[in-house]
Design a protein around this ligand. Structure first.
Ligand code: HSE
Length: 313
């Protein structure tokens, strides 16, 4: 095989109460990437579509390029040459894990083309290097679920301990991306470094409740636990009509709603596809009331993570 085309899913990080420790993948949107062997050693970005020319074509300044380069270095195959064509299929700076999906697509494709020298889980640190470049911190709550699929917990960063939660919960995710941009670095910068004991206790209760709710599954418990008293109140100011959109989601039947990653996208979980669509419309209306247009995606939790695309896809 000389060339491969792959898909890596978008992700919702934090999932309300789990700042930097929870994330899940969705079926749609996601990035596509084509990787082709080249006789010339090193990684080159040949083309990027869908980014409006905003992403660097320099492989050492692009999350896919960085992830592939650090992977090749680790497996001591720096004599390998790769040409990358990246198709961005989601908005940048959206809170949908755009940089993570590109990094995962890159390193997954490289591992596949080289005959899988590493198991998928071991690709995580390389994808995290891309994230370090994109946001200034090597958080794994986007790259983890994009790489592994499903709902993922980052129990520890040092050493890295990533757990994929086996949930039987049937959840439909509504993602609404208002047409504004929030830079992850800025959204991290505004956070407070200290947290009160009271809020820590509340947050820990919700973190434990959400995991128990997902594993049972207990939808009422999931609903009660989708609460973030630490990060959301600070970041909500970056999203116009945040409270109105959240209320609209709940009123339309969502189990809960919060910021997706560092925003501005918001996510909501519902029990069925029809409710999830209604929730999306209600949230869009809230944004439209102040003249902000938005895009909506409805899908289930993606269980597979990245995949090789067939010619027909
Ligand atoms: N956990 C990260 C944050 C995700 O909220 O800053 C960023 O995509």
């Amino acid at each position: 095989m000389n060339s491969i085309r792959v898909f890596a899913p978008a992700t919702v990080a934090n999932v309300a109460c789990g700042f930097d420790i929870f994330g899940f993948a969705v079926d749609n949107p996601g990035d596509e990437l084509t990787l082709t062997f080249s006789d010339e050693p090193g990684v080159r970005i040949k083309d990027i579509t869908g980014d409006g020319g905003r992403l660097s074509r320099d492989a050492s300044k692009n999350t896919a390029g960085i992830a592939i380069q650090s992977f090749l270095k680790f497996i001591r195959r720096q004599e390998v040459g790769f040409d990358v064509v990246l198709h961005k299929k989601m908005p940048l700076g959206s809170g949908l894990g755009s940089s993570a999906a590109s990094a995962v697509a890159g390193v997954f494709a490289a591992n596949e083309l080289l005959g899988r020298p590493l198991p998928t889980i071991n690709l995580l640190p390389f994808a995290m290097e891309g994230e370090r470049f994109a946001s200034g911190s090597a958080h794994a709550d986007n790259v983890g679920p994009s790489l592994l699929g499903g709902f993922v917990v980052i129990r520890s960063y040092q050493p890295l301990d990533v757990i994929r939660i086996d949930t039987k919960a049937q959840l439909f995710c509504t993602l609404v991306h208002p047409d504004i941009e929030v830079n992850t670095k800025d959204a991290r910068f505004i956070l407070k470094n200290e947290v009160s004991l009271k809020n820590t206790i509340t947050q820990m209760g919700n973190v434990a409740g959400l995991i128990a709710g997902l594993m049972t599954p207990d939808y009422e418990l999931i609903s009660r636990s989708l609460v973030d008293v630490i990060i959301e109140p600070v970041r909500a100011i970056l999203i116009p009509e945040f409270n109105e959109a959240k209320k609209a989601a709940r009123d339309a039947g969502a189990l809960g709603c919060s910021i997706s990653g560092s925003g501005p996208s918001m996510f909501a979980w519902s029990r069925d596809a029809q409710t999830a669509e209604k929730v999306g419309e209600a949230m869009q209306q809230a944004f439209l009331s102040v003249g902000i247009t938005s895009e909506t995606y409805v899908s289930q939790i993606n269980q597979q993570g990245p995949r090789v695309l067939t010619d027909a896809e």
